[in-house]
Write a protein that binds this ligand. Structure first.
Ligand SMILES: [Zn+2]
Ligand SMILES: [Zn+2]
Length: 109
């Protein structure tokens, strides 16, 4: 089972070029990866603070304070946006890579 840890909401960035990657567990898309790893229902809204769009894709995000690359549900435009952004409260932040040390599932609070 997963353990749940808290991660920061602040100062996330999209990892450039990461949308071309796929997960090592073979989920097919980052959206599928988020759903399978979190066990949660795909949320209706984008996980980026201040964005009201529908969540359609799994965005590959990084944060200097968090040791693992993460996946969150976002709209398409947030998945490719430049610069830093914050996350909405209570989003499930799923590690991109389950094969390594990132077996905790993080809840951003
Ligand atoms: Zn996967
Ligand atoms: Zn968005």
């Amino acid at each position: 089972m997963y353990t749940f840890i808290k991660v920061t909401l602040k100062n996330w960035k999209n990892k450039r070029g990461a949308s071309n990657r796929s997960c090592e567990c073979g989920c097919g898309s980052w959206k599928d990866h988020w759903t399978q790893c979190s066990g949660e229902v795909w949320p209706p809204k984008c996980s980026v603070e201040g964005c009201d769009n529908t969540a359609t894709v799994g965005a590959y995000i990084v944060n200097p304070k968090v040791p693992c690359d993460m996946i969150i549900p976002t709209c398409h435009s947030c998945s490719i946006r430049e610069g830093k952004f914050d996350l909405v409260k209570d989003v499930w932040v799923v590690p991109a890579d389950r094969a390594k040390k990132c077996t905790e599932l993080d809840r951003a609070v």
